[in-house]
Write a protein that binds this ligand. Structure first.
Ligand SMILES: Cc1ncc(COP(=O)(O)O)c(C=O)c1O
Length: 206
């Protein structure tokens, strides 16, 4: 950003387990905690695996086989079975404990995006920038475009930084399914969010 002579107003990354989001956002958060500028920071996740936006903040296992140590995080339950959405890297049931704590304490925001909306902006981005994004970062891209449209409606400029964390060259069949109208949206049902709690019975609350 310094090379570009800009300072971001908003920083946006997609979040599966949280590492690529953290790589982008934590330097800005750290600088803010040390008294520097504090851009808004947004994690973008799929509606089909909405751990940060709809999960519970509890101790849970990081894996289905219950082999990992317990970690306090936003979770949909370690027995969560994701819908077959194409953003495969965003289907994890939990979230990094550090990202979860930052969300819990209000330092970051989170938004959930449907997969058809994410593919729509993926196509828009390919047509306008000549780069085909992977399905994962199209979630961040959707939030970035929403932020830009909102700024335009308000008649203000807004510097938006988002992480294009992968290309979509291996996802052409997913784009083909989207373009032929075969892609479905999945929203994680409220009952399943409640069910997630059952998998956590007997585990420490925190
Ligand atoms: C292209 C891409 N972006 C983002 C992610 C999600 O990353 P993280 O688990 O670090 O949130 C993945 C995970 O596989 C990925 O393949």
């Amino acid at each position: 950003m310094a090379l570009a002579g800009e300072e971001p107003d908003v920083v946006i990354g997609c979040a599966g387990g949280g590492s690529n989001f953290a790589g982008l956002a934590f330097p800005f958060l750290g600088r803010g905690f040390r008294g520097g500028p504090r851009p808004r920071i947004i994690a973008a996740e799929p509606e089909a695996a909405p751990s940060l936006t709809r999960g519970v903040y509890r101790y849970d296992f990081g894996d289905t086989a219950r082999m990992t140590p317990l970690v306090k995080m936003h979770t949909l339950g370690h027995d969560f079975i994701p819908e077959p959405i194409h953003a495969g890297g965003l289907r994890y049931h939990g979230m990094s404990p550090l990202v979860s704590l930052l969300k819990e304490e209000g330092h970051i925001e989170a938004r959930a995006v449907h997969q058809r909306a994410s593919f729509e902006v993926g196509v828009q981005f390919a047509r306008s920038e000549g780069i085909l994004p992977a399905p994962e970062p199209t979630h961040a891209l959707k939030v970035a475009i929403d932020e830009a449209m909102e700024a335009r409606a308000e008649g203000r400029s807004r510097v938006i930084l988002f992480n294009l964390c992968g290309h979509g060259h291996f996802d052409l069949s997913a784009y083909e399914r989207y373009l032929s109208g075969m892609l479905e949206d999945y929203e994680y049902p409220a009952e399943k969010v409640a069910d997630a709690l059952k998998a956590l019975e007997g585990l420490p609350v925190g």
